[in-house]
Design a protein around this ligand. Structure first.
Ligand code: GRG
Length: 300
């Protein structure tokens, strides 16, 4: 029997598929093919699940949050496509299949990423009433932009000595800052969009207490997720991960295991997941599926 997470993932994929179909009458078919190739490749759909579960935790209708979930998955996929390009990480494998630019060529890789980035905002603008749409658009733009994911990526490249004019990040505090932007930006936006879908259009608006709890959750969850990803790069295989591993050490990248060792990194990740779960304590049973998602990550 299918579990709830599998059903939710299938609902998300159906919604992503439909968003791409809607482009077909007006967009070049080959562009939509490249977008579909990467967007529907077998990823975990973790960010859309967080949007939906956050909406539920905030007392909203989870099915209403699927479009916001699709929007963050579009941004996430664009970031993966661009991160794999020769000018960034220059990778051949992603989600178990050749990277977008390997399959469709570099120019199409850049453009498929660009088109997914813009489709995310079109999806939000056309799926929600103005109040909800405007909050979601702002949260996603902040999370994905210069103060979030793109800013974090710049600092990450600076740590590899690949960006001029920025002091090279070296410390644990620097690393935390990189990942609060690069990975954490989209997690924070996911939780805040789920909250907006549930509450932005209600009489009392978005309660500050839930914003604080969800920000704490996404901080802990995002950092723990990144530490776990650093550990996979050291400990796992390409076959299992569907992407190149072992590349961080080869590049002299700033990572948690590199700075504090494998055992301390593992302990820190588990503690951060626990902090994320604790931040939901005051919300009650509606937040249980969100807490369970973090618990599953501790179990691995
Ligand atoms: C190039 C604009 C631009 C940004 C790049 C987020 C990012 C910045 C690059 C993506 C590559 C990367 C290693 C990001 C760190 C976060 C991470 C581990 C992403 C992979 O997320 P998963 O594991 O992937 O959720 P799936 O495929 O399951 O969706």
């Amino acid at each position: 029997m299918r579990d709830a997470a599998q059903t939710l993932r299938a609902d998300i994929d159906r919604c992503l598929d439909r968003s791409l179909d809607a482009l077909l009458p007006t967009a070049p078919g080959r562009l939509v093919e490249a977008m579909r190739y990467s967007l529907l490749a077998p990823g975990k759909r973790l960010r859309p699940m967080l949007v939906v579960l956050a909406c539920r935790a905030a007392g909203g209708d989870p099915s209403a949050a699927i479009h916001a979930g699709c929007a963050v998955e579009m941004i996430h996929t664009y970031s993966l496509i661009h991160d794999d390009l020769p000018a960034m990480d220059d990778d051949d494998l992603r989600r178990g299949i050749p990277t977008c630019h390997r399959k469709f060529g570099e120019a199409m890789g850049i453009l498929a990423g660009d088109a997914l980035l813009t489709l995310a905002f079109e999806t939000l603008a056309s799926s929600y009433p103005p109040k909800i749409a405007s909050v979601c658009i702002k949260e996603l733009a902040v999370g994905a932009g210069a103060s979030g994911m793109v800013g974090g990526q710049v600092l990450d490249l600076a740590a590899e000595g690949r960006i001029e004019g920025i002091a090279v990040p070296r410390t644990l505090d620097d690393l935390e800052k990189i990942h609060l932007g690069k990975t954490g930006g989209l997690y924070r936006a996911s939780l805040r969009m789920g909250l907006a879908v549930a509450r932005a259009d209600t009489e009392n608006g978005i309660p500050e207490s839930l914003t604080i709890a969800f920000d704490r959750f996404s901080r802990g969850f995002g950092l723990a997720f990144q530490i776990a990803d650093d550990l996979l790069d050291v400990e796992s295989s390409s076959e299992l991960e569907g992407k190149r591993v072992g590349k961080d050490a080869a590049r002299g990248k700033l990572t948690f295991p590199g700075l504090m060792g494998i055992d301390a990194s593992r302990t820190l990740a588990a503690n951060l997941y626990r902090e994320a779960i604790d931040s939901l304590a005051g919300i009650g049973p509606l937040a249980e599926p969100l807490a369970e998602l973090a618990r599953q990550r501790i179990r691995g």
